[in-house]
Design a protein around this ligand. Structure first.
Ligand code: NAD
Length: 555
């Protein structure tokens, strides 16, 4: 007879952890083949692992070998998600060691494809799904989350996933992906992050008819019912996780603007699609002006799109122009928006509230090219979610009007980009200063190599979030995003600019995030909204908060 050992938790050096098979199945603790001989003895792992002990470097090499064997990007995404479910430390080590290669897989564009297929590639749930049937019990549901010290919540209702529209509960890939970036890019500890999808239904017919859809098969609720549900969620989140920042992500634009306005002065919250996008685009414009030699206050910016991204960028650009000496009205007149119905002008009826500050006194202009010819912008920013809208004629006209036109095609994923990097460089004969939302490879044109910058929000939001939680800020303010944009722009090097690249290399992301977090926390201290005493060396303190994905010893 063999003595049956009860399943046990073993007290090791710092904390009580589980042992044996339970330990191997806990992704936050599992080290796989890297458990040492001593740990295998003490933690009941003998026989449960192959005999050879591997280093983390060996494990990274093995994981990358398998990753590169996958033939599709979606296959690579699934490989990475499976790794996250098995061994979180290794997952983050792999990402950090291969950030430029991984970013397009764990985030845009591949995450978009993953969301479109979410119900079909679903293996294990990640994050919390809160649906209308949980009304009245949201606080209880939040308490089901296994970690108590949550500091960053990313929440979506799935209505506007990237430029892909309403993906309902399948939009969960976005909060999951964004929080992976918080950990990878800014070192927020994984156990302090919580992805949430609020399933308020979907109006996507394809999903409503898809037997494998993971959300409730109901149409979206609107109006008071929706607002009450969000309100219950916000209050429950504050009650259960009082130190958490709530980042709102990929809500439809009417709700996004309303919710931001409603909660921003009472809660530590921000909307990345509006404020984060604003800051990352402004940083890109600042860098572009280092190439052209122009001043921000002299720019005229024409946006294709008049939604969250366009208004977010316009708002922060106005603040930056005001800081350069313009009045708010003068700065506002330098922002022009074109939406699906043409130029946003005062005479148009039924304009959504968020467009009104940029509805100028001007005659209606029907299409984007005519708007360029009429307004003579120095920069065009594509944030329409519509592919191929920056045509050859558009780029050629911009090149006629400007020696170095600024052309940012920011729509995501790649399939929605307003033009490709190659088109922008070729049609402008190498003069366009180009950036995009999703990544493009470098382009050879007439013997020169152009490196397109990616206006990735990952340059901004992880640092802003880290800064806010490090000083326990009770609000996230526009001044914080302004400071983040300035910090990012200052980190673009001269060699980057020479290649036409208006953002720093992604390999610098941890440095970027640490600098942004310090600047953001500094703003919080100056404005009296920080919740903890200022450390003498703020930057050193911020850096000390950053998680490094290395195995800790359990014995
Ligand atoms: P949104 O739905 O709030 O706004 C889209 C806007 O585009 C609306 O104003 C709509 O009227 C307009 N539009 C639609 N069709 C058009 C057409 N044919 N011509 C002109 N305008 C048209 O979405 P959003 O949050 O503003 O995002 C828009 C796009 O920007 C998405 O593709 C998103 O992925 C991208 N984005 C990129 C970044 C980044 O690069 N860092 C950040 C945020 C958003």
């Amino acid at each position: 007879m063999v003595d049956m050992k009860p399943r046990r938790r073993v007290r090791v050096s710092r904390t009580a952890i589980c042992a044996g098979a339970d330990l191997l199945h806990d992704p936050s603790l599992n080290k796989g083949t890297a458990f040492t001989e001593e740990e295998r003895d003490v933690l009941g792992l003998r026989g449960l692992l192959p005999p050879r002990v591997h280093s983390q470097d060996d494990q990274v090499a093995r994981s990358m070998e398998n990753y590169r064997r996958k033939e599709t990007d979606l296959g690579k995404y699934i490989h990475m998600m499976s790794l996250q479910e098995r061994n979180e430390t290794l997952f983050y080590r792999v990402i950090l060691d291969h950030l430029e290669e991984m970013m397009p897989i764990i985030y845009t564009p591949t995450v978009g494809k993953a969301c479109q297929e979410y119900g079909h590639i679903f293996r294990r749930p990640r994050g919390l799904f809160i649906s209308l049937k949980h009304r009245g019990q949201i606080a209880e549901i939040l308490q089901n989350w296994p970690y108590v010290d949550v500091r960053i919540i990313v929440v979506t209702d799935g209505e506007r996933i990237l430029g892909l529209g309403d993906l309902g509960a399948d939009g969960m890939g976005i909060p999951v992906g964004k929080l992976s970036l918080y950990t990878a890019c800014a070192g927020v500890h994984p156990s302090q992050t919580l992805p949430i999808t609020l399933d308020v239904g979907t109006n996507n017919e394809g999903l409503l008819n898809d037997p494998l859809y993971i959300g409730a098969k109901e149409r979206r609720v609107r109006g008071q019912e929706y607002d009450d549900f969000i309100d219950e969620f916000v209050h429950a989140a504050r009650q259960v996780f009082p130190h958490a920042l709530i980042q709102m992500e990929d809500f439809g634009n009417t709700n996004a603007f309303r919710l931001l306005k409603k909660y921003r002065d009472n809660l530590c919250t921000f909307n990345d699609d509006i404020q984060g996008t604003g800051a990352v685009a402004l940083a890109g414009i600042h860098s572009a002006l280092r190439i052209t030699g122009g001043d921000l206050k002299d720019q005229t910016i024409l946006y294709l799109g008049a939604g969250e991204a366009a208004v977010g960028i316009a708002n922060i650009t106005v603040s930056a122009m005001v800081a350069e000496g313009l009045t708010e009205e003068e700065a506002g007149r330098r922002q022009w928006l074109v939406d699906s119905k043409g130029l946003v002008v005062k005479s148009r009826t039924g304009l959504a509230d968020h467009k009104l500050p940029y509805a100028h006194d001007h005659e209606q202009v029907g299409d984007f090219l005519s708007a360029i010819e009429t307004l003579k912008p120095t920069a065009i920013l594509g944030v329409s979610g519509q592919t191929s809208m920056f045509t050859k004629q558009v780029i050629e006209t911009m090149s006629k009007l400007n020696e170095r036109p600024i052309v940012f095609a920011l729509s995501n994923p790649t399939s929605k980009s307003e033009c490709t990097a190659e088109e922008a460089y070729t049609w402008s004969k190498g003069e366009a200063i180009f950036a995009s939302g999703s990544p493009f490879d470098p382009v050879e044109y007439e013997g020169r190599t152009y490196v397109p910058g990616q206006g990735n929000n990952a340059y901004i939001f992880p640092g802003v979030g880290l800064g806010a939680i490090a000083c326990e800020a009770c609000r996230v303010t526009d001044e914080m995003f302004f400071a983040a944009a300035k910090t990012l722009a200052n980190l673009v090097s001269e060699p980057d600019l020479e290649k036409g690249r208006v953002y720093p290399s992604l390999t610098m992301i941890r440095e970027v995030s640490a600098a942004i977090a310090t600047a953001v926390a500094e703003v919080a201290y100056e404005s009296g909204i920080a919740g903890r005493k200022r450390p003498d060396d703020l930057e050193a303190y911020v850096r000390s908060q950053m998680y490094v994905p290395e195995y800790e010893s359990y014995v």
